[in-house]
Ligand binder design. Structure first.
Ligand code: C5P
Length: 219
């Protein structure tokens, strides 16, 4: 049983992939399992928080006490996130948001073409950067960074560019951990500090992250 250090706090978490439709039957997406975001939701609930979980399409069971918001596309996640962020104390962007979506969504199935075809993509909004950039009722904002090299450098750049309060970085070149795994190895960075949380189950890491957030919130 955990001490209820987040009692009275509202935590909003994005999790899983987004799905960007090309036509009525096809989409672009990624292999995010949603496990890390769902584990964070569980940890926040265990510590006494009220949790909004904004989730892309995943195949895992949501925590029964979280308020679940099902979304598909990045645009849907963006809308849901910005609405919930202003009523949250803490916002954690754990979703693997697709960077691009189709420039023109076809209403009919795209017909087979010649040997080559070109898809035009346009950039999706950066959800967490928009949350962190809120001028009113801005929550304490925590992001994730998956890097294959120079993890600390790139994570610190993202912390600054996206105006985050904290970023959790992992090295995705390590095949043993990350995306679909039940384990992860994370280092957490904030403006004037960092902490290596090591390699643990996503459940254990989530409790460490929520404890760290709670102590930074007070500071
Ligand atoms: O820039 P990059 O995608 O590596 O940043 C990852 C962080 O930004 C994660 O916290 C992710 O949830 C968030 N993100 C977002 N909206 C996007 C892209 C990333 O919220 N369009």
């Amino acid at each position: 049983k955990q001490p209820l250090i987040l009692a009275g706090k509202t935590v909003t978490i994005t999790a899983g992939p987004t799905r960007e439709a090309l036509d009525p039957v096809r989409f672009i997406s990624n292999h995010s399992s949603g496990k890390m975001g769902y584990a964070l939701a569980n940890a926040a609930l265990q510590l006494g928080a009220k949790v909004n979980l904004i989730s892309g399409p995943v195949s895992i069971q949501p925590p029964s006490n979280a308020k679940l918001f099902h979304v598909e596309s990045a645009l849907e996640m963006h809308q849901s996130a910005l609405k919930l962020a202003t009523e949250s104390d803490i916002f954690i962007g754990c979703a693997a948001v697709a960077d691009y979506r189709s420039a023109d969504l076809q209403t009919q199935k795209i017909k087979k073409q010649g040997d080559e075809m070109t898809l035009t993509l346009v950039k999706n909004p950066d959800i967490i950067a928009d949350v962190a950039g809120l001028s009113h009722s801005r929550p304490f904002t925590v992001g994730f960074a998956a890097e294959t090299q120079n993890v600390a450098d790139y994570a610190r750049k993202k912390l600054i560019n996206k105006k985050l309060d904290m970023i959790c970085a992992n090295d995705v070149s390590n095949q043993a951990i990350g995306f679909n795994s039940d384990h992860n190895a994370l280092t957490v960075f904030w403006s004037n500090g960092q902490q290596d949380l090591g390699l643990h189950s996503k459940e254990a890491l989530s409790l460490s992250i929520m404890n760290l957030i709670s102590s930074r919130l007070k500071g």
